[in-house]
Write a protein that binds this ligand. Structure first.
Ligand SMILES: O=C(O)CCC(=O)C(=O)O
Ligand SMILES: [Fe+2]
Length: 770
């Protein structure tokens, strides 16, 4: 529902969100942490001397020997109480830390800390103490007292020293961060900084020794002390906006975008993309959006946005908005004809990669929708005009973007991304549901059921056409997943739907029947009949395979589908009789495949199991149209296979086909078969030109074995092709001597040899069949 004022403003949420975010410019939080490369400094402690890093246990002992028990402040007093604070301290005046790189390292730490805290004015770090935490040391929750004028935060730098435990926990306004300040490597130092009014504690060290330098971060100059950036008001307004979006108050699901894509300002490569690596205003926007998304039930990711555009351009020597192409020519863009926008390389707020794949960006999802109008493309190429085409251009933009959607529309977003994304997603839900052993009322199943519903609503007419060979189609993968989920309602809807789709193929059959087995046999039969009616004319082989599989033993514990009607539909659509209405139109865009013996085997096997009368009718048809169902090419190979199967061998249909083959073979074996007694050979040629007539005379001549045709190449080629077309009993050799060359033709008895081979095969077949 749209409220009246929204109609007036005609603003979309894709305008409103960036407007609110535009005031959020400074990143920063109450606490920040990081690691930095550390060129080892020279650390000297009065009473101990030089201290090696990483810290050695003997030197930890030596440090403790010269250290004091650290006190804690209570009101104006400082007290030592090892039940409140148990750690060792060495005052700054007894610690020297130097080295060629140290000043630079500390400077970099202070800069990073200041940025993380959102401090834009200059800050310096003053060493306060060196703290040594041996096993069992800790510091309970406290706030630091202001130890120097202008101090606004505490900076802790952990020096390389092996230990476990000792995490620093910082709390502020109901939020908490827990930091393990142990560099990942001895050449790294970890640091943390937090505003002075934050409550913090150090958890007990459970082994080893924790060694930290504590600094006061001091504000230079006059003016108000830095404060943690507070975008609470913005966060609240954005959270309210997002909540309204999720509740449909910015328009129904059809009107309001399902997701929002907010491009960032800085450039990031795919490798460096993460919430943690965002800079400046990007980091600020991400932090506010992350908090607002969490409060309003939205999911937030960062991803790479790629926009590609192409269209027409014009050569322009003058003004206007134009770009200089690498040469001297100037072009102006006339019209953007194609635009594609996709998201990839997803990351979660916690830094993990999200396996989401490539998502399209739909109209109305970019924030703001016109953001690319003023932006320079990352790449732009102009193509000069050619003879029949005007000048054109291609360009692309690449930006990191924050992407969010209401949790309630997540499945819609995934299905909107298309089958390459939604199908694996559904399969993973199904697998997880099956592994969990849960029932169909579990949330996981419901989620899968809902996603499948979205996918069926958007199922493409031809999911993946043309389809690569025998790979299972997307339809088959969908059906297998629905069968895994035992989702009878969606299977039913899907089978009713794909029955008219033109991309059904043989490789779908297994999945199709496994899914159909979850339906009532009668209903399964009706749906299978529809599929056969829609596909039999185009692919009778696939339909025959479907019926043969369906008529075979059903999966254990499942009734067989009722296939009589589907079988009838296939028999009606069998190819052959050109007067049948079910025959494909002459202008069909597909070409029917040749009838194969597979079709006959499947057809007869299926029909003999499903309905004897239909089997009889089908066999009548096969024998009535020998041009389509050639006895030698199709029927005989099928019969050989059919009689090798004990369960089908003796059925009436197979017996009739066998009898027809036997009759055909007997007739052929009765014909006389003798080798030629002289040089006369068959001379029925399909050309009467002078050369071919001369050839015919030679073939008929009982006394001539060889003939030489000395003629130009064109003539030799022509006569050769006649001989090949008419399968003359001749061996050919070209004699490359003299001009023109000569074609020497020598008679053989190839046709007799072919017949003789055929005879041997026929006799073998007869022995097997009769
Ligand atoms: O050891 C730390 O990480 C913090 C120490 C601390 O809180 C303090 O010295 O006040
Ligand atoms: Fe402290």
């Amino acid at each position: 529902m749209t409220t009246p004022w929204m109609e007036e403003l005609t603003l979309s949420i894709a305008h409103e969100l960036p407007a609110l975010l535009s005031t959020v410019r400074t990143p920063g939080d109450f606490c920040t942490a990081g690691t930095i490369e550390l060129a080892l400094p020279r650390l000297t402690v009065q009473g101990v001397g030089p201290v090696a890093l990483p810290l050695l246990p003997v030197q930890a002992k030596a440090l403790i020997a010269v250290a004091d028990r650290a006190p804690y402040g209570r009101g104006a007093q400082t007290l030592v109480d090892t039940s409140v604070r148990r750690t060792w301290q060495i005052g700054a005046e007894r610690v020297r830390i130097e080295g060629a790189f140290w000043t630079r390292t500390l400077q970099a730490i202070v800069e990073k800390a200041a940025e993380g805290l959102g401090v834009t004015t200059a800050a310096t770090a003053q060493l306060y103490k060196l703290l040594v935490y041996d096993e069992g040391s800790f510091f309970i929750e406290h706030r630091d007292t202001e130890k120097a004028a202008g101090m606004f935060a505490t900076l802790v730098v952990a020096l390389p020293s092996l230990h476990t435990g000792g995490e620093l926990v910082v709390r502020h306004k109901g939020r908490e961060v827990r930091l393990d300040l142990q560099g990942p490597d001895p050449s790294m130092a970890a640091f943390a900084a937090f505003y002075a009014d934050c409550v913090h504690e150090v958890r007990p060290v459970t082994s080893g020794c924790r060694l930290v330098l504590v600094y006061n971060l001091v504000h230079e100059g006059r003016g108000r002390l830095p404060q943690p950036p507070d975008y609470e008001a913005e966060t609240q307004r954005i959270a309210a906006l997002l909540a309204a979006w999720g509740a449909g108050e910015w328009g129904s699901d059809d009107e309001a975008p399902a997701k929002l894509v907010y491009p960032l300002e800085h450039a990031y490569t795919s490798a460096e993309l993460s919430f943690q690596a965002l800079k400046g205003a990007d980091a600020a926007a991400a932090a506010v959006l992350a908090a607002a998304a969490q409060r309003s039930g939205c999911e937030l990711h960062v991803a790479l946005l790629t926009i590609e555009e192409s269209g027409s351009a014009e050569y322009s020597g003058y003004g206007g908005r134009s770009w200089r192409d690498n040469g001297d020519d100037e072009f102006e863009i006339v019209e953007v004809c194609n635009r594609s926008a996709v998201l990839s390389d997803w990351r979660c707020p916690d830094g993990a990669a999200a396996e989401l794949g490539v998502f399209p960006v739909e109209d109305g999802e970019l924030c703001p929708p016109d953001m690319f109008e003023d932006m320079d493309p990352d790449e732009q190429v102009f193509q000069e005009a050619t003879g029949n085409e005007g000048a054109s251009f291609e360009r692309s933009y690449r930006r990191a973007a924050l992407v969010l959607w209401p949790m309630g529309r997540r499945l819609e977003v995934i299905s909107q991304a298309g089958l390459p994304v939604s199908l694996p997603w559904l399969a993973s839900l199904a697998r997880r549901w099956q592994d969990s052993g849960a029932l169909t009322d579990s949330p996981l199943w419901q989620e899968a059921h809902e996603l499948a519903g979205h996918m069926l609503d958007a199922w493409p007419d031809r999911a993946d056409w043309p389809r690569p060979g025998e790979a299972p189609s997307t339809a088959a993968r969908m059906l297998a997943t629905l069968a895994q989920l035992k989702d009878a309602a969606r299977i039913e809807a899907f089978l009713a739907d794909i029955s008219t789709a033109s991309d059904y193929g043989k490789s779908d059959n297994k999945a199709l029947l496994e899914a159909a087995a979850l339906l009532a046999p009668r209903r399964a039969g009706v749906l299978i009949e529809r599929i056969v009616r829609a596909s039999a004319a185009k692919d009778p082989g696939a339909c025959a395979d479907l019926l043969a599989r369906g008529a075979a033993a059903p999966p254990p514990g499942r009734p067989a589908p009722d296939l009589v009607a589907a079988a009838g539909a296939l028999v009606d659509a069998l190819p052959g009789d050109p007067t049948r209405a079910s025959q494909p139109p002459a202008n069909a865009w597909w070409r029917r495949q040749e009838v194969s013996s597979d079709l006959i085997v499947d057809l007869v096997t299926a029909l003999e199991r499903i309905d004897a009368a239909l089997a009889r009718q089908a066999v009548d048809h096969l024998l009535a149209w020998p041009k389509t169902y050639g006895l030698d090419a199709v029927i005989l190979p099928a019969v050989r296979r059919l009689i090798s199967q004990a369960t089908i061998r003796d059925t009436p249909g197979v017996q009739r086909l066998r009898a027809a083959c036997v009759q055909h073979l007997r007739a052929r074996t009765a014909e006389p078969l003798q080798p030629p007694t002289n040089w006369t050979r068959a001379a029925t040629l399909n050309c009467r030109c002078a050369h071919c007539s001369e050839l015919a005379g030679f073939l008929r001549n009982p006394d001539e074995q060889s003939w030489t045709l000395k003629a130009a190449e064109a003539v030799r080629t022509h006569v050769t092709s006649t001989m090949q077309r008419c399968r003359c009993d001749l061996d050919l050799v070209t004699q490359r001597r003299g001009s023109p060359y000569s074609l020497i033709c020598t008679k053989n008895q190839a046709s007799y040899e072919r017949r003789e081979k055929q005879r041997r095969e026929d006799l073998q077949d007869l022995e097997q069949l009769a």
